[in-house]
Design a protein around this ligand. Structure first.
Ligand SMILES: N[C@@H](CCOP(=O)(O)O)C(=O)O
Length: 429
């Protein structure tokens, strides 16, 4: 499989090159040259396939022959070692829980898949890679956990100071070893911008091989398409038209869902549900793309003002505004509405949704689902990661799982930086 840059000014690359580079030299995101639909029989028979088989068949064309079948299956076996259940919340609404991995957020699958691919490409220890990643909350912890101790890889995580939850901060600042956390005086978009600038700064890249573990990296992004297939497997026998509502920040997850749809997954509609960081919502209303600096909310992992993956989404719809609008809607909700939705879900079904899931639920509610429809909102992180706001809003106590308690008890270690110059000094020291 070859990947091309969306800025069209860089040579095409193979899967391994796209993974190792992260971003193309012309600053474009990579996209696969072709997406070949899976055979009909795959979807007809999906309920009889285990998750590793589903994932293998779905990802194989994107990896090509650069990772042999046996190794790729081993990687997937290791990465997908937890559940992805769809839980019924209302008669025609379910939630796809993506938080059963080690850091209790949906980023675990992509981060672990990418770490193992890089490990495979570097099995002879020939190339030392520095992974740079910007986080507004969940990516940082998942990448720290997924890459911990991977040989030949150093990880540098940039996060906006004071704008991630306490547990998220502990997850990304306490592991040590090959993981360093840089606390940035700014918002998530400043972190993401610094990371992108570093990739193109030859005074750094002449000395260090840098790559990204954000969803701009195809190995972090593409495995997220598994989720939509796993959900379909579980609700296929309802024979309903499926609408997915995806809490969206950098728009990588919903973009992967669109790839699953291109592989043949039947989806009636995609809803991107955002908090007040509403760049895409405004774009769909006005056809003017006008990013704004992100604002802090209680669904902080979505505090993104300039979502990286929206350009991929536009491309997957051939840059055709009306065909995008036929299959894709976006809605924005404020913190008050989010809290109200958490209460409604809890009071009506006893289900504890985190603020991101609640935004996804609200997105579905905008879609007036009929009798033949089934709506799925993605629970992208466990409510415990937003302990204060969830306990206060629902007046209930959340049990703290052992894997979270372990990080809470550790000591935070981070380095404060306030400019790109400081990042550069750090990388070159
Ligand atoms: N939602 C994010 C922001 C970065 O998104 P990514 O999917 O591109 O890594 C976070 O939790 O950090």
């Amino acid at each position: 499989m070859q990947y091309y840059s969306l800025n069209n000014e860089a040579p095409n690359v193979s899967f391994s090159e796209a993974v190792i580079k992260g971003l193309a030299p012309d600053r474009g995101l990579y996209l696969p040259e072709h997406i070949t639909p899976l055979p009909k029989s795959f979807f007809e028979n999906i309920e009889n396939l285990d998750n590793v088989e589903i994932a293998y068949q779905a990802i194989q064309q994107f990896v090509g022959d650069e990772i042999p079948e046996i190794e790729l299956r081993d990687i997937l076996e290791d990465v997908l070692s937890f559940d992805f259940p769809v839980i019924s919340v209302e008669e025609n609404i379910g939630t796809l829980e993506l938080f059963h991995g080690p850091t209790m957020a949906f980023k675990d699958v992509g981060a672990r898949f990418m770490a193992r691919c890089l490990g495979y490409f570097n099995k002879n220890n020939e190339n030392h890679v520095t992974v740079l990643v910007a986080t507004s909350g969940d990516t940082g912890g998942a990448v720290a956990n997924g890459f911990l101790g991977v040989k030949g890889v150093d990880v540098v995580i940039l996060y906006p100071t004071g704008k991630v939850s306490e547990i998220q901060e502990k997850q990304l600042t306490t592991l040590g070893q090959n993981i360093t956390a840089l606390e940035v005086d700014g918002v998530f978009d400043d972190c993401q911008e610094m990371v992108k600038s570093a990739f193109l700064d030859t005074s750094i890249t002449d000395h260090k091989q840098l790559t990204s573990a954000n969803s701009i990296n195809v190995a972090r992004w593409l495995p997220q398409l598994f989720y939509f297939l796993f959900a379909y497997k579980q609700i296929k026998n309802k024979n309903k038209n499926i609408t997915f509502s995806v809490p969206s920040g950098n728009f990588g997850n919903i973009c992967a869902g669109i790839v699953a749809n291109k592989l043949g997954l039947p989806v009636k509609h995609f809803v991107a549900a955002t908090n007040i960081n509403d760049t895409v919502v405004r774009y769909l209303e006005s056809s003017t793309y006008e990013p704004k600096p992100s604002k802090a909310t209680i669904s902080n992992a979505m505090d993104v003002g300039n979502p990286s993956n929206f350009i991929r989404i536009q491309n997957l719809f051939n840059n055709d505004f009306s065909s995008l609008k036929n299959s894709f809607s976006a809605y924005s909700f404020n913190d008050q509405e989010t809290k109200e939705a958490m209460k409604v879900i809890f009071n009506e079904s006893g289900y504890v949704a985190d603020p991101h899931g609640a935004v996804g639920y609200l997105g579905l509610k905008k879609q007036s689902l009929g009798e033949d429809d089934y709506g799925i909102f993605l629970e992208t992180a466990h409510p415990v990661k937003f302990l204060d706001v969830v306990e206060e809003t629902l007046a209930t106590q959340i049990e703290i799982p052992e894997r979270i308690q372990k990080v809470i008890d550790k000591e935070k270690k981070s380095i404060s930086i306030d400019s790109y110059k400081k990042l550069k000094e750090f990388l070159l020291q």
